[in-house]
Ligand binder design. Structure first.
Ligand code: MEV
Length: 442
């Protein structure tokens, strides 16, 4: 037990770290060493790139990387790169893309690109003293980040505004400096955080010298400075529409289908439990593209879900209506994405994703990612109100079941053929494989 406590771990070499891990936690797993080694890249330079991303990197954690073709977005045809482990997501995206390809494709509009961050501080003195201090030092605060803003300004971005906000109704003595930024094609987290920390330092320095604060012994104290991942002013909308008759098939009446679809979306507005799963399906598409392009999916997730709860209740991100027998389906959501900086060019596959997407700027990427979410939701709700999702899901998941059962290529082939027209379940596939093995010539 005591040997498991270790100091200076990060200073050890990758070999030493691996050896320690095996000795302490993986002694009974003979294949652990080779597993960790196998998943490292054989090209040392490429591996070093990955090792440098994070501390204590031992190996790489693979996810499948796929493309979903046929996405017609504002007249341009894209193949969307997607990094995701869930069986049916890419197939569903591809199906939705194909459906809308023949019906005018997706239209997308960026509604804003503004990011923000806050300097949170305590102040228990006179509010007017604080207000007049802030007015006086505002130009100094802005000036203090001019060296940090230089490159960003050259690209058309930078600080847009800085306000002092009284938050004492939510928490006694709590105020914030709220800063708004334009970061152009960068997601901008580093830029924003550097600016915030500099402004906070200047703010504290000036506050400590301000005689009314000193006289009343109520000097503002900064608690923390950090960007916000809640970015409702950095928002995108995408939509599709078609006559309800476009859904007509031999089994389905298009108008009935469209009504059921709209009802399903209404339910996701009415019931938070359904809304969470509904939005999870949207994030299947969004996260996969965000990850494939080297963007921060946790930031996107946090901001999107907060946005879904903006009316005081967690609700669907998508909307659907039928007007004059025309089906309309759209999504509006905040997305802070970058196409320069961060991992976007450092991770070779993120860089490749940008090339697949024809080197989009941040606004184009926002439109593409929003489309991935809408398409995914279309596919999910379409399945849910018709066949149910298990049919499509299990069709893809059967390969995972076969892998778990260590099926040979010929067992796989026979099983896929057998289940082509049958209901797939884990137990049914297991039984079938067992029957194959029991009847195989020894
Ligand atoms: C599964 O990953 C996603 C779905 O549950 C989404 C939904 O229910 O809308 C199919």
């Amino acid at each position: 037990m005591s040997q498991r406590r270790i100091s200076g771990f990060s200073k050890k070499s990758q070999h030493q770290k691996t050896r320690w891990l095996i000795e302490q936690y993986l002694q009974d797993i003979p294949e652990a060493t080779s597993l960790l080694a196998t998943y490292r890249h054989p090209d040392a330079k490429r591996q070093q790139r990955h090792d440098d991303f994070i501390e204590n990197a031992l190996t790489n954690y693979y996810l499948p990387y796929a493309v979903a073709p046929n996405f017609l977005i504002d007249g341009t045809l894209y193949a969307l790169p997607m990094a995701i482990e869930e069986s049916s997501v890419v197939a569903a995206a591809s199906n939705a893309a194909k459906f809308w390809l023949d019906r005018g494709g997706f239209k997308a509009t960026v509604l804003g690109t503004e990011k923000n961050g806050q300097i949170h501080f305590n102040y228990f003195g006179n509010k007017e003293v604080l207000a007049s201090f802030f007015t006086d030092i505002k130009p100094i605060l802005i000036d203090s980040i001019s060296h940090l803003e230089k490159n960003m300004k050259a690209r058309g971005g930078g600080l847009l505004a800085i306000d002092c906000i009284d938050k004492t109704e939510t928490l006694e003595g709590y105020y914030q400096l709220h800063l708004r930024f334009e970061t152009k094609d960068a997601m901008g987290a580093n830029f924003i955080n550097s600016c915030l920390e500099q402004v906070a330092t200047t703010f504290e320095e000036k506050a400590a010298q301000h005689s009314p604060f000193i006289a009343s012994q109520t000097i503002p104290e900064v608690v923390m400075s950090i960007l916000s991942n809640y970015v409702p002013e950095c928002r995108v909308r995408t939509e599709v529409s078609c006559p309800v008759t476009a859904f007509d098939t031999s089994d389905i009446n298009g108008a009935t289908f469209a009504e059921n679809f709209v009802r399903a979306v209404e339910i996701a507005h009415a019931d938070p439990r359904r809304a969470v799963t509904h939005n999870k399906g949207i994030m299947n598409g969004i996260d996969a593209v965000v990850l494939a392009t080297g963007n921060d999916f946790r930031a996107v997730e946090a901001g999107v879900h907060a946005y879904a709860a903006r009316n005081g209740r967690y609700q669907s991100l998508t909307h659907a209506t039928i007007e004059d027998e025309q089906f309309h389906f759209w999504i509006e959501l905040p997305l802070a994405l970058g196409t320069v900086g961060g991992l976007t060019s450092l991770h070779p596959l993120a860089d490749l994703s940008m090339k697949i997407l024809q080197q989009p700027d941040a606004e184009t990427l926002m439109r593409i990612v929003a489309v991935a979410g809408l398409a995914q939701n279309f596919a999910a709700v379409k399945s849910l109100v018709t066949t149910g999702i298990q049919k499509g899901h299990m069709k893809m998941h059967i390969l995972n079941i076969l892998s778990q059962l260590n099926a040979t290529p010929s067992e796989k082939e026979a099983t896929l053929k057998h289940f082509d027209t049958k209901v797939i379940s884990h137990s049914a596939v297991t039984r079938y494989i067992e029957s194959l093995r029991n009847h195989a010539p020894s």
